[in-house]
Ligand binder design. Structure first.
Ligand code: GLN
Length: 310
């Protein structure tokens, strides 16, 4: 067993005893019924070595972690045109907040809050049918991970649709500013299916490899995005990936990271590792309570913070 395997095995043991696990999302039954004791972690090093511990092979709803892959696809499709419709500043507000859209005339602060990801879904829809845009997203993450087992949970997507009144409000409000150009229901269909991607920590860490290695799949050497673009996506993950908890995440962990309300976090140690953690209980900002703590401990023990002197 290498050191890293020992470190993450220790972290899993520590998390099993944690007194404060946070609160599992309860707005839809498939999330509300997840066992709060679940905990998984996967670390894939730059040389491809994969370390797994806990429930690292169990699929969970990646939810807003998928916003990273949506943004990557949209940048590939329309390039820097994306930035005419979405900003690059932290919002300092909740993930589903609407307030800034009024003064900022329908332009969301960043692509990692719901409003921003809905605009990205509008871009991904392009001239296609929603089913084609959804299929493209699924194909993309499967190709990044090199795993055909990744799927979209249609039950989760249907529940998102049924309960997503805030997301519908965001989309309609941005439509009023002409920053949503397609049929609102179709755009939301793309967004909700993206949220419903189910992946294990291992699959999520595999998918995130291009962000640790300058935009390339380290296994095949294929370029997914340019090195410059990978750097910028990482910068946005660091500044905006945890909503109004992004400052706290940078302070405690010091890595680009993206959270989801299913309790997953994808974190990137550039040049070193792609990391996925999953613990369903959330803190008051909607980010995984123990996922954050586990990453904080991993970074303390590996020295992987991007703020560590080389
Ligand atoms: N499906 C959730 C929503 O749209 C995703 C939010 C999240 O993961 N933070 O509200």
């Amino acid at each position: 067993m290498t050191d890293l395997s020992a470190i993450i095995a220790d972290i899993v043991a520590e998390m099993a005893d944690a007194p404060e696990r946070g609160k599992v999302a309860d707005y839809i039954p498939p999330l509300a019924t997840v066992d709060p004791m679940k905990f998984g972690i996967a670390v894939i090093e730059a040389d491809g070595t994969c370390h797994l511990a806990g429930d690292a092979d169990e699929p969970f709803s990646i939810q807003s972690v998928a916003k990273v892959f949506g943004l990557t696809l949209a940048l590939g499709s329309v390039g820097d045109q994306v930035w005419k419709r979405v900003g690059r500043e932290p919002s300092g507000t909740a993930f589903n907040s609407i307030v800034q859209l009024e003064t900022e005339r329908g332009i969301p602060r960043n692509p990692f809050i719901n409003a921003g990801a809905i605009v990205i879904a509008d871009i991904l829809l392009g001239r296609r049918q929603p089913s084609e845009a959804i299929a493209e997203t699924l194909r993309f993450v499967r190709a990044l991970a090199g795993e055909d087992g990744i799927y979209i949970d249609d039950g989760v997507a249907a529940d998102e649709q049924r309960t997503g009144f805030r997301n519908k409000a965001l989309a309609n409000y941005m439509r009023a500013f002409d920053n949503i150009v397609h049929d609102v229901d179709q755009v939301l269909g793309v967004y909700f299916h993206q949220c419903a991607l189910a992946m294990s920590c291992r699959q999520l860490a595999l998918t995130g490899r291009y962000l640790m290695s300058g935009g390339r799949n380290p296994e095949t050497g294929h370029s997914i995005v340019s090195a410059n673009r990978a750097r910028r996506i990482n910068a946005l993950m660091m500044t905006c990936g945890h909503y109004d908890g992004s400052g706290e995440f940078a302070f405690r962990v010091g890595l680009p990271g993206k959270s989801g309300v299913g309790g997953g976090i994808l974190a990137v140690a550039p040049g070193k590792a792609s990391i996925a953690v999953w613990s369903p209980g959330l803190n008051e900002r909607g980010n995984s309570q123990l996922g954050t703590l586990a990453l904080e401990r991993l970074v303390q023990r590996t020295g992987w913070s991007v703020f560590e002197p080389l």
